[in-house]
Design a protein around this ligand. Structure first.
Ligand SMILES: Nc1ncnc2c1ncn2[C@@H]1O[C@H](COP(=O)(O)OP(=O)(O)OP(=O)(O)O)[C@@H](O)[C@H]1O
Length: 265
């Protein structure tokens, strides 16, 4: 969770945008760029020449996983981040969650953010499921008392009671997902982020998660989803943001984004 900015100082990267955003905006992504290093294998000779010529230039090449992406999400919106493999969806979701920072631009959120981004993220492998509920709950902004009050419900939703005192390094990816999803929903997030990882759950659990997500949407919470299951996201979300090679190429009704992605334009 992040109770992030209420009023960040305007920066050059947000110039031209009204800032801070109005109250109904719960996610603001403004001129965001994220670069990663492309790793190449260099020969000893290349490295030697680079060294003796005074380390001029860069041995590694950087590429933009996200390039000047801007949009606002309002309270209660259901948004799908769509795009082909490597288009930058998960990176964008990580920036919104706060586990990663942009190299340029601004990302701001209003309210409690929780969700499932990577299986096992926020869990300590050597601790038991029980200890991880407390650890993860605290990371997501719950008080000790809140976690104690919700502990039984968290475990019951995950259906892994039997293994709650087992170290999570022995969990299967589906078991991780069950516990992580259960903790996340019990934090009552204002903004719920879900990456593809629901896919590791078995079908009954996936259906239970979907029902829970729909219930949260019904309560007016904001949802941002990354998925390749286009039919599923088209049912769940109203709005689609389509990325191509890190650039936003469409922001509109989810059906339009899905059609575009499927090549229908
Ligand atoms: N930590 C990282 N270090 C280096 N490169 C990264 C890192 N994270 C992502 N990338 C690269 O950034 C690009 C975008 O990755 P990202 O995972 O955001 O794409 P995606 O749209 O979610 O893809 P997919 O649909 O395959 O999950 C890819 O080229 C990926 O290799």
């Amino acid at each position: 969770m992040r109770e992030r900015i209420e009023e960040p100082a305007p920066t050059s990267s947000s110039a031209g945008w009204p800032w801070p955003p109005e109250d109904s905006v719960v996610v603001a992504v403004r001129s965001v760029t994220k670069k990663f290093v492309l790793r190449h294998t260099r020969s000893m000779k290349e490295a030697f020449v680079w060294l003796i010529t005074g380390r001029r230039g860069d041995l590694s090449e950087r590429f933009k996983a996200l390039d000047d992406v801007s949009f606002d999400i309002r309270r209660g919106e259901t948004v799908a981040l769509l795009g082909l493999n490597g288009s930058g969806k998960s990176t964008l979701l990580k920036l919104i969650s706060g586990v990663m920072r942009p190299d340029g631009g601004e990302v701001a959120t209003r309210g409690r953010v929780a969700g499932l981004i990577e299986v096992g993220a926020g869990f300590h492998p050597d601790l038991t499921g029980r200890d991880n509920v407390f650890l993860n709950g605290a990371i997501l902004g719950m008080t000790q008392q809140e976690i104690e009050d919700k502990f039984d419900d968290i475990v019951a939703f995950s259906e892994i009671e039997q293994f709650i005192d087992t170290e999570v390094k022995f969990y299967s990816s589906g078991m991780y997902l069950r516990l992580a999803f259960s903790v996340a929903i019990h934090t009552s997030p204002d903004i719920f982020l879900v990456d593809e990882i629901l896919a590791v759950g078995d079908e009954p659990f996936q259906q239970k998660c979907m029902a829970k997500i729909e219930e949260m949407v019904g309560q007016g919470r904001t949802l941002v989803v990354v998925s390749h299951e286009l039919d599923k996201v088209a049912t769940l979300c109203d709005r689609g943001i389509l990325l191509e090679h890190g650039r936003m190429v469409l922001d509109g009704p989810v059906q339009d984004a899905v059609r575009h992605l499927r090549g229908g334009h």
